[in-house]
Write a protein of this length. Structure first.
Length: 112
């Protein structure tokens, strides 16, 4: 009985550590993501007074992962920018281990 309680406590601690790591990852990349969306929006909207609003953020796991293939974990932010009576929404992707972010939106990724 005691071993199972210790085992369960260990699993809970590891799960909580994983969540803290993802939150730290998102927090570390958030400023760069907002700056990326804002720079793109200032150009797209032709509005130097544009202001950003963080709508959502999440960690996206690699599409492929296995013993021979390892993808890259990414922080994904949805950021709205408004200014000069216009507004746009951007999806900003920041890869883990990378030194920058890119604004992937607005628009569809695929036309099915």
């Amino acid at each position: 009985m005691r071993k199972s309680v210790v085992f369960l406590a260990g699993i809970i601690i590891l799960a909580m550590a994983g969540c803290a790591t993802q939150a730290q990852f998102l927090n570390n990349k958030q400023g760069m993501a907002i700056d990326t969306a804002l720079s793109r929006a200032k150009f797209d909207l032709n509005c130097p007074q544009a202001t950003p609003v963080l709508i959502s953020r999440e960690v996206v796991q690699p599409a492929l992962e296995g013993p021979w293939v390892n993808g890259i974990q990414r922080a994904e932010y949805t950021i709205g920018v408004k200014g000069c009576d216009k507004r746009k929404t951007y999806i900003v992707i920041c890869p883990e281990g990378g030194s920058g972010c890119y604004a992937a939106g607005p628009g569809e990724f695929h036309k099915w």
